[in-house]
Each structure stands twice: as structure tokens, then as C-alpha cells.
Design a protein around this ligand. Structure first.
Ligand SMILES: C[S@@+](CC[C@H](N)C(=O)[O-])C[C@H]1O[C@@H](n2cnc3c(N)ncnc32)[C@H](O)[C@@H]1O
Length: 297
């Protein structure tokens, strides 16, 4: 598969009628001197004119929904649906990215990739087929000015990519794949010798080697295929060829981590759960809980 060609062809997605007006506004932004501070909140600041502030706020509004963050952009706090610092901070203690080639598969607007810059990796490549999230990334990066490469490619392309990686993050993606072991095999093929995969997935409780297949939606999310027990998730990794698979953490999603804010369009966790029993989703399945895994080849 010629993924360079696929990635190039997909740049035309930035001309879709819902994306093109965002790109035009982005291209029309003045060159602005700014500084940034990368922490739990990614902050971009600087002295700007009122007219520039209006231009930026208007684009921030048009770029909704903002799911991953939070960000503070010239004084405007983007209180994203997810407090992504919780997941990032949970994982950060387990990795050292200095001088490493890193991939973030399902990178969304790049929140984690911007956080990773602090560890001085050699390269960071984000894979996500969403032109909307790429546009959020491009907006943020026009101030942060990093060398991060954002490819409009999916997990299904990574094994054909021209570069292999020392560390791959694949967070919140596996349950969207109808063939999770095939996806894990392809992540394994994309790792260099001594490479490491950081993975998270929804899980269900239990010790059996089984996975839940939602009838239609899970927590109102439409394209969720398999939600394994932890032993099943570990077994998937082993069957994909990973040698050393370690469970790092298990965490239930709570309203501190995911909730409706004004920067979202539509519902969030509050309305994804059974109003009479927060331990169940609206469909009657166990409420969202994730396992975090480190897998070595
Ligand atoms: C549930 S979000 C997870 C975002 C982030 N990784 C996190 O853990 O917070 C899933 C992301 O995967 C992206 N995505 C959709 N299809 C994909 C694919 N085929 N390969 C990789 N990412 C994909 C979506 O655009 C979205 O940004």
C-alpha cells in the first residue's frame, strides 16, 4: 500500500464543505508573536490586538467540538469535554521519550503530542483520519510551531508507513476496530527493535476470556465492536506477538474526566449513563472503565 499517496489524497478532505471555511479562517490569521506553556492546561499567550482576539475567539468557536484538552488560548479557556491530562498524567510516569521516534495513533487534536514535546522526542507522528481534528491541531501548532507531523491516516495504515517507531501510543482506538488482534499485529510490525506500545481500551470486569460485543451502541457510541476483560485484552496482545504485557492501571471514567461543556456539540457522559444506576450505560452495559497496558515486543 502506498500510504504516502493515500495521505496526499486525503489532504483534499480539507476542502470538504464543512472544513473549507475553517481552513480559510485559519489561513487568514495574522502572524502573531506568542509564547506557550505546556502543562495540564496547554496555554498560548501573548500581546494581541482586540481585532486579533476577536478573530481567534471566532475560530475557536467554529472549531467546536473540542473534545481533548484543556487549552487556554490568549485568555480564553477551552474547557474540553475530556480532561485529557488525567490519562496523560496516569501514563507519563511509565515512559521516557527522549530521542525516541513516537507515534500517537488516534491523536485527535494533538493534546498528548504537545504534552510529549516536553520529553524531547526525536520525531512525533500523529495518525488520525479526521480533517476536523487536524484543523484543530494546525490551529494550535500555528502558535506552538512544533515539528510534529499529523497524517490523515488511520491505524490500518501505520504498518505501511515509511517510518517505524520506538514508542507507539494507541489510546481509545482499539474498541473501534472490528479486528483488534489484526490491529495489534500491525502496531507490532510498526515498532522498532525494543519498541513499546502503550494501549488503553474499555474493559468489562471478569476473569473469563471473553469480550462484550454491544448490540448497537455502547454508552451511545456507535462504532464500538469489542470490549474485553483484562485477561482477554492481555491475551489479544500476546496473540498479536507482544512478549511482555503489563497491566498498568484500571480506571472508571467519571464526570471529573468527561462531561458536557460549552465547547462540545451534543451530549456527554451524564446522558450516556443510566439515570437510575451510574454503574450501567444507557443501554444497560457496564459503565465505561479502561485498562492501561504496556506491551513490549
Ligand atoms: C476515542 S478518541 C481517542 C482520542 C485519544 N487517543 C484519547 O485517548 O483521548 C478516538 C480517536 O480516533 C480517531 N480515529 C478514527 N478512526 C481512526 C482510525 N482508523 N485510526 C486511528 N484513529 C482513528 C478519531 O478521529 C478520534 O480522534
Amino acid at each position: 500500500m502506498d500510504v504516502k499517496q493515500v495521505a496526499n489524497e486525503r489532504l483534499s478532505w480539507l476542502k470538504w464543505k464543512n472544513i473549507a471555511p475553517l481552513r480559510e479562517k485559519l489561513d487568514a490569521l495574522d502572524e502573531i508573536d506568542s509564547i506557550h506553556d505546556i502543562g495540564d492546561v496547554i496555554k498560548i499567550s501573548g500581546d494581541i490586538l482586540d481585532s486579533e482576539k476577536e478573530q481567534i475567539d471566532s475560530l475557536l468557536y467554529d472549531l467546536k467540538p473540542w473534545r481533548k484538552g484543556p487549552f487556554e488560548i490568549f485568555g480564553t479557556f477551552i474547557d474540553t469535554e475530556w480532561n485529557s491530562s488525567i490519562k496523560y498524567n496516569l501514563l507519563e510516569r511509565y515512559f521516557d521519550l527522549s530521542n525516541k521516534c513516537v507515534a500517537d495513533v488516534g491523536c485527535n487534536n494533538g493534546y498528548y503530542m504537545f504534552r510529549m514535546l516536553k520529553q524531547n522526542p526525536k520525531h512525533i507522528v500523529g495518525f488520525d483520519p479526521s480533517p476536523h481534528y487536524k484543523t484543530q491541531f494546525d490551529f494550535l501548532n500555528c502558535f506552538i510551531k512544533s515539528d510534529i507531523v499529523y497524517e490523515l491516516l488511520g491505524i490500518e495504515h501505520i504498518e505501511f508507513y515509511h517510518r517505524k517507531f520506538d514508542v507507539i501510543f494507541c489510546l481509545g482506538v482499539l474498541y473501534h476496530r472490528s479486528d483488534p488482534i489484526k490491529s495489534l499485529k500491525s502496531l507490532k510490525k510498526s515498532l522498532n527493535k525494543n519498541g513499546v506500545l502503550f494501549l488503553d481500551s474499555f474493559i468489562i470486569d471478569g476473569d473469563d476470556h471473553v469480550a462484550l460485543t454491544p448490540k448497537k451502541t455502547y454508552s451511545k457510541i456507535p462504532n464500538v465492536y469489542f470490549i474485553p476483560t483484562v485477561v482477554t485484552l492481555i491475551n489479544w496482545c500476546k496473540r498479536a506477538g507482544f512478549k511482555n504485557v503489563e497491566l498498568l492501571n484500571i480506571k472508571k471514567t467519571d464526570l471529573n474526566e468527561q462531561r458536557h461543556t460549552k465547547w462540545l456539540k451534543g451530549d456527554s457522559l451524564e446522558s450516556f449513563l443510566d439515570p437510575n444506576d451510574p454503574n450501567l450505560t444507557i443501554e444497560g452495559y457496564p459503565a465505561p472503565k479502561r485498562a492501561y497496558i504496556k506491551a513490549l515486543i
